[in-house]
Design a protein around this ligand. Structure first.
Ligand code: ACO
Length: 144
């Protein structure tokens, strides 16, 4: 399975994958992140937070990840997450990576917490448009 950075011509396919898999959808400009990886059957949309409090180190954020249903449980999301974490740590010197996930999303929660070692930092009430709460999660990144 080939994982590579997205090119401009990939963006419509990525947006289609997002529309099929998640209720949270994004305008095309959000798919133009500089550290976004893409494969034919899934994507990760990750960014560096531009605004950090004074003196705080930079950190990354995963906005959205999804893999088409028939390609799940093959380790693709894990690979996409690890690749993006590596870029955040080595290129951008990010101290940690954050994300939000629905409380009911067992598959994603298991990926983040059990496979990748994220911790739940907070519960954000009614974070999603339909009223569901989110876990705010964080992973501290290792530096050489
Ligand atoms: N049930 C339980 N654990 C799971 C499941 C599941 N359905 N799916 C993944 N995991 C855990 C397992 O520990 C798995 O390791 P294992 O297969 O060795 O047991 C580990 O995560 C790695 O799984 P991957 O194969 O890398 O995950 P996959 O490529 O299937 O993608 C994803 C997981 C992205 C959550 C997929 O199910 C999906 O696209 N879901 C719909 C979209 C979605 O919910 N995205 C996340 C929203 S939150 C956000 O974007 C920040």
């Amino acid at each position: 399975m080939n994982i590579r950075r997205a090119r401009a011509e990939d963006l419509p396919g990525m947006q289609a994958c997002n529309l099929r898999n998640l209720p949270e959808n994004y305008a095309m400009k959000y798919f133009m992140s500089p550290i976004l990886s893409y494969i034919i059957v899934g994507y990760i949309l990750a960014k560096m937070e531009e605004e950090t409090a004074e003196g705080e180190p930079p950190h990354g954020h995963v906005t959205s990840i999804s893999v088409l249903r028939s390609y799940r449980r093959l380790g693709i999301a894990k690979k996409l997450m690890l690749r993006s974490q590596e870029s955040m740590a080595t290129i951008y010197r990010a101290s940690h990576v954050s994300l939000h996930v629905r409380k009911s999303n067992r598959a994603a929660l298991s990926l983040y917490r059990d496979t990748l070692g994220f911790e739940v930092r907070d519960i954000e009430q009614k974070y999603y448009a339909d009223g569901e709460d989110a876990y705010a999660m964080r992973l501290t990144l290792e530096h050489d």
